[in-house]
Design a protein around this ligand. Sequence first.
Ligand SMILES: *Cc1c(COP(=O)(O)O)cnc(C)c1O
Length: 358
Amino acid sequence: MINVTQTYLPPLDDYVSKIAPLWDSKWITNNGQLVQQLESRLKEFCQSENFLFCSNGTIALQLALKALEITGEVITTPFSYVATTNAIIWENCKPVFVDIDPITFCIDASKIEDAISSKTQAIMATHVYGLPCDVEKIELVALKHGLKVIYDGAHAFGGMYKDKSLLNYGDISTCSFHATKIFHTVEGGGIVSKDRQVSERLSLLRSFGHVGDDYLSIGINGKNSEFHAAMGLAILPSIHAIIAARKQIFKYYESYLPSDVKRPSFIIKDFQYNYAYHPVIFENEQALLKARTALLTNNISSRRYFYPSLNQLPHTRASRMICPISEDISSRILCLPLYPGLNEEEVQGICKIITSSH
Ligand SMILES: *Cc1c(COP(=O)(O)O)cnc(C)c1O
């Protein structure tokens, strides 16, 4: 079976040597040494002093909304993982969907202003597949209307835009370190803030709103453990090799897929991609379903990532926001297997199946 993704695991000895000292210290969670070490490495990696490690990428989004005191309407993308929309609704805010750009599949920044109302407080956009949103245009709109900007950077780890980590844009960028992502800590997430005070507030919210005996605000449990941090510390030294291996597989896809197969544009000025996903777009949903079945018959899994368009979820569709581009793309886009270890022949085989069913 070829899965759409395969979790990267470090050499077992590397992981064991990181966790062995815990049997002496017995300190396995609550801001332990490994969590502190991982945070300091990730500060360097993300080029930000304000980096926080947390329990997952979803709680990172919720903490971001809480820390920025967002309570009203949030302009967001309909083309993302369901966690983006859910976080907004979970925090009692209202998602207002703005359709996507037909080239990058990120939110169409030129359509944001039309969706702003007196209740709009923030923009929450996803760097979908790790491709950058139009961060400059979004910043201008946000400044003009006094809105906060939160980026869901769950796919963006390792991507660089204008010589900066893509996680270094907006008021807050979050990321996910789930086992299926490019860099992982089994379960985990990260929050990068522009402002030091916001980061301090996030840190407080992340651990029940208190420091020792000082109870300062409401809070939740968004911490992560030494075992999770150990996984991150064992994997992080290989991140450039992981990205290079993914790039090679990506190249195989480029050489074996017919040239008329459509994909989002991965070539964006001043942008270095992390090769997080390889989606292909079919002519219509029937063609997609046919290809997916043909792949499955050959023991190859693929994923309808992202489907459905988030304005059509059971809990959002009542508000009847229409996003024709996102609805169209989500009905006919499929992510193909991509992970270090997938070999050239396997990619060639996948491409043959796509070619004959396309
Ligand atoms: C994976 C993902 C999340 C959620 O991250 P978890 O760590 O699984 O909670 C949020 N947004 C996007 C776009 C994702 O792909």
